[in-house]
Design a binder for this molecule. Structure first.
Ligand code: IMP
Ligand code: MG
Length: 176
């Protein structure tokens, strides 16, 4: 158990289980993008640790870019997604892979994917470590999913509770 701010969290996914899932996802991406040269877009901040582990296992030609697009405060998505910051790369006609820590309501991915489509990308896919399927009400499901999880709040492995807990190697769930 860990305490972050005022809340207690129980361990949910061990580091070894996360690492083997990351390898599985890399194998799938390596198959899908062999011979291609996609632009990988990492959605900061939450995805930094997942992306860092994932790209070490990738063996196709690619470029890496980082964007910020945050709508999340405290325990629930606000539903109003902010602007996309940092997409400097020319994405026209590119194959794009979005790297996400977690897809919850799906609103962040709606905004991302729709922005990319207006910029005339060739293809876009989403690789998310976690997917809260029961909370999802978006238009773009992740194409590559690490773990489908129930609708509870998680922290660690890049994900925060009010900016803390990102350094944890494991993923923890809010204790009820
Ligand atoms: P969505 O727009 O509702 O799909 O929310 C996506 C973003 O909210 C994710 O990229 C996360 O950064 C953040 N988020 C969603 N659920 C959680 C959670 O349980 N813990 C920490 N961050 C979360
Ligand atoms: Mg995120």
């Amino acid at each position: 158990m860990v305490q972050i701010h005022d809340k207690h969290f129980d361990i949910y996914l061990q580091s070894e289980d996360i690492q083997s899932k990351v390898k599985e996802l890399a194998v799938k991406l390596n198959e899908a993008y062999e011979g291609k040269s996609p632009l990988i877009i990492v959605v900061l901040n939450g995805s930094f640790m997942f992306a860092s582990d994932l790209v070490k296992q990738i063996n196709f030609d690619h470029e890496l870019s980082f964007v910020k697009l945050s709508s999340y405060n405290d325990f629930s998505s606000l539903g109003n997604v902010l602007e996309l910051i940092g997409l400097n790369a020319d994405v026209e006609n590119r194959d794009v892979v979005i790297i996400e820590d977690i897809v919850d309501t799906g609103l962040t991915m709606n905004t991302m994917v729709e922005k990319l489509i207006t910029k005339k990308v060739n293809t876009v896919s989403i690789c998310s470590l976690l997917f809260k399927e029961a909370a999802f009400k978006g238009n773009h499901k992740p194409n590559y999913i690490g773990f489908t999880i129930p609708d509870f709040f998680v922290v660690g492995y890049g994900m925060d509770y009010n900016q803390k807990g990102r350094n944890l190697q494991e993923i923890y769930k809010l204790k009820n």
